[in-house]
Design a protein around this ligand. Structure first.
Ligand code: ZN
Length: 233
């Protein structure tokens, strides 16, 4: 079996046809049952399967070129891909070169003209301040926009590092294909990290010394707190 056969991406046209047929059938069944024409899992207006296919294409490229594990990601804004990432741990020797991280960096670079970084943060950049959602428990009323309004598509479940990156980015929606279990079955063990995070510091798999020279560390916090022109994010 050749690689291209083994990792074949489902044909886009065929999948779209089948999905639309299913949606029409669901609508018809709902109407027949007197439930109206709004099935719970109606097709989105944009056929977002193409984004998962692009994430998977990036993942396969990484495998075939020997760049890293089978993981790819795209960030989408208003129906358009604005960031692409693929696992390149083997190419770079960098253990955190994950698809989601690089897709987020790519999208941020696209949305932030380099000239404004470190100086002013104008309207339309990801550092523009916007109000928090109503009833947000956040102490601050405003935060930087980041990638709010965008979605990320990943061919496999995000590891905890990438999931944290997604929180930091304020992405609205994560679509992932393969499960953490599927990932374990091909030899990548990141499921345990989710469990480890739930434990107290002293029980983590990696030795953690907490409160080590806390007063020293806090000097940087004071520098931030005392900076009158700081830009919260
Ligand atoms: Zn990751």
């Amino acid at each position: 079996m050749s690689r291209s056969t083994r990792y074949e991406i489902p044909d886009a046209g065929r999948r779209t046809f089948l999905a639309r047929t299913a949606a029409v059938a669901a609508t018809g069944a709902a109407a027949a049952a007197g439930l109206g024409a709004a099935p719970a899992n109606a097709m989105p207006e944009t056929d977002n399967r193409k984004f998962m296919q692009e994430a998977t294409r990036l993942a396969i490229e990484s495998v075939e070129k020997g760049w890293g594990g089978p993981f790819g990601a795209v960030v989408v804004k208003d129906g358009e891909i604005i960031g692409r990432g693929q696992n390149r741990v083997l190419l770079t020797g960098c253990p955190i070169y994950h698809a989601e991280i690089t897709a987020i960096i790519d999208a941020s670079a696209k949305l932030n003209p380099k000239a404004i970084l470190g100086s002013e943060y104008g309207a339309g950049t990801i550092l523009e301040m916007i109000p928090r959602e109503p009833n947000s428990p956040d102490k601050l009323q405003e935060r930087a926009r980041m990638l709010k309004g965008c979605e990320i598509y990943v061919n496999g479940a995000p590891c905890p590092m990438c999931m944290s990156a997604i929180y930091w980015s304020r992405l609205d929606h994560v679509y992932f294909g393969a499960s953490l279990n599927d990932t374990s079955e091909i030899g990548f063990d990141d499921a345990f990290q989710y469990q480890d995070f739930e434990l107290p510091w002293v029980k983590r798999r990696i030795t953690v010394t907490e409160n080590f020279e806390r007063d020293t560390g806090l000097k940087a916090y004071r520098a931030w707190a005392e900076k009158t022109d700081r830009h919260p994010y």
